[in-house]
Design a protein around this ligand. Sequence first.
Ligand code: HSE
Length: 433
Amino acid sequence: MQRPLRVGIAGLGTVGTSVIKLLDRQAEALANRTGRELVVTAVSARTRAKERGIDLSRFTWFDDPLELARSDSIDVFVELIGGAEGAALATVEQALAASKSVVTANKALLARHGMRLAALAEEKNLALAFEASVAGGIPIVKTLREGLAGNSIERVYGILNGTCNYILSRMELEGLSFETCLSEAQKLGYAEADPTFDIGGFDTAHKLAILATLAFGTAIDPESVSVEGIESISLDDLRAAEELGYRVKLLGVTQRSAEGIEQRVHPSMVPKTSAIAQIMGVTNAVTIDADAVHELTLAGPGAGGEATASAIVADIADIARGVRSAPFGLPVASLANPPRPPLRLHQGGYYIRLSVQDRPGAVAAIAKRMAEREISLESIVQRQRPGMQPSGAVPVILVTYATHEQTVREVLEAVIKDGFLADKPQLIRIERE
Ligand code: HSE
């Protein structure tokens, strides 16, 4: 058996302590599988005294994570500090400079600095491993990078944020308000420290930028991800979706289109029969459309100590075996830079909920605006729901066949100018299977 692989962990929150416990619990199996013992030798965290349910006396303690990152007492540095800049970035740079392989769960760090860090790792033939950064316990990085190497991928879409899916699921199933569901998600520890990152779609955008790179061999480009969160989704939308045969999910979607590689995060209507629509609560799921496998969906826990630790331990095991994949599947210099078209160039179906003044000719005028721009309607529903609308207005719901987003936006502007609407229109993109 080779000498033990010495692991240093910076950050001992839920995930860090779970990594230590999992390495302890699976010590024998991991040694058998990798041919080496995987031993945590050193740790660093903000406070040593905190009760974590593990005995820290067996590890060398570092107050300064930078010292741990460059310490001769470790071979692998596990970054669980969090944040795109500051100590997380500095320690990862330091560890790579000191010729240590790095494992991280930090999606924001990778989205922002992944290309440069991957180049540093590549120069020294070190690993920069990040399975835990996207969809927690789901091995989506390995699936895209290694498992589907023989496929040409067309689209990857998924539920990448447990907090949003938890909120939308509880609103839909229990009729609860957005605020109640968010505060429960925070109590349960699913949400980021600043929940705007979750509900505004930014956490999903970081994860999607990583998936797009793995799926299409493109440079990471988080700036060109179009991002809309779930703040505007109402119980009315969830009920209408149900009646029309859809569910509303916050999706991250990246796909090839005639214009380039789309990267978009927004609430989406998905057919109720689709695999992704079945995913409720904090669970994550990713669907991949590819030529050889056609459609593949992976679902599982996207957050939480044990699930995230599972991904981190798998990365450490790969390093122990000597596996050195290019972090993003290709050498950094070979990653392409195709256009990332803006959302207005997206083509798809749309759900449009209008609050229309109850006057003769109103719906006819809206239908005329649609017809003028050759938008074909799959359905149109007008329903009086007392108490749901500002007085004198009725909800009108339109579902379009595939059309350009720019056209839909222009039609809605024209409809607003016609003066029949009592409120801002709601627009939700439909994501077909
Ligand atoms: N806040 C994230 C979520 C945690 O809700 O999915 C995992 O990145």
